[in-house]
Design a protein around this ligand. Structure first.
Ligand code: CUA
Length: 162
């Protein structure tokens, strides 16, 4: 079989790239222990409502300008601990978000920030977000979860003082 010189170069380049990629992924996974973002914590979705911390959704102060925000989701709402589904967070606060779902897979995205997680029944999703700028941010579900998917949202209000 005759291969053109450029074909050979391209084949060598392609196969080398593939091998290099697999080596990098392999080192990350097995040596450095990297894995997809998941806290690895589990919770029984049937009893989650009575399990700490999900028995008390909402914002809780845990340190100097440091908060924990517990969110329990279900079709089709975010339980953020307030009637009006608005959470007020002081500007500059570090917020440790901990969330899960009672039923089906939901999304958890605070539009305009890096907070973006998938919520799976039985699993606890966690992320930390620093709210540096004042303003209103929409917390929304970005995984299609059924007929009321588009109704599933809440609001984060970053304020100068609470
Ligand atoms: Cu919950 Cu879409």
């Amino acid at each position: 079989m005759h291969l053109h010189k450029y074909e050979k170069i391209w084949l060598v380049f392609g196969i080398s790239s593939l091998v290099l990629f697999l080596v990098i992924v392999g080192i990350n996974a097995f040596v450095s222990g990297h894995h997809p973002p998941s806290s690895g914590k589990i919770v029984d979705p049937k009893t989650v409502e009575t399990t700490t911390p999900f028995d008390e959704p909402g914002l809780k102060k845990i340190g100097d300008n440091e908060y924990q925000l517990v969110v329990l989701t279900s079709a089709f709402s975010f339980d953020v601990g307030t009637q009006d589904k608005v959470v007020e967070i002081p500007k500059g606060a570090t917020v440790h978000i901990i969330a899960t779902t009672k039923d089906v897979v939901h999304g958890f995205e605070i539009a305009g920030t890096n907070a973006n997680m998938m919520l799976e029944p039985g699993h606890v999703s966690e992320t930390t977000q620093v709210f540096r700028n004042e303003g209103e941010f929409t917390l929304l579900c970005n995984e299609y979860c059924g007929g009321g998917h588009h109704l599933m949202h809440a609001k984060i209000k970053v304020v100068d003082h609470v």
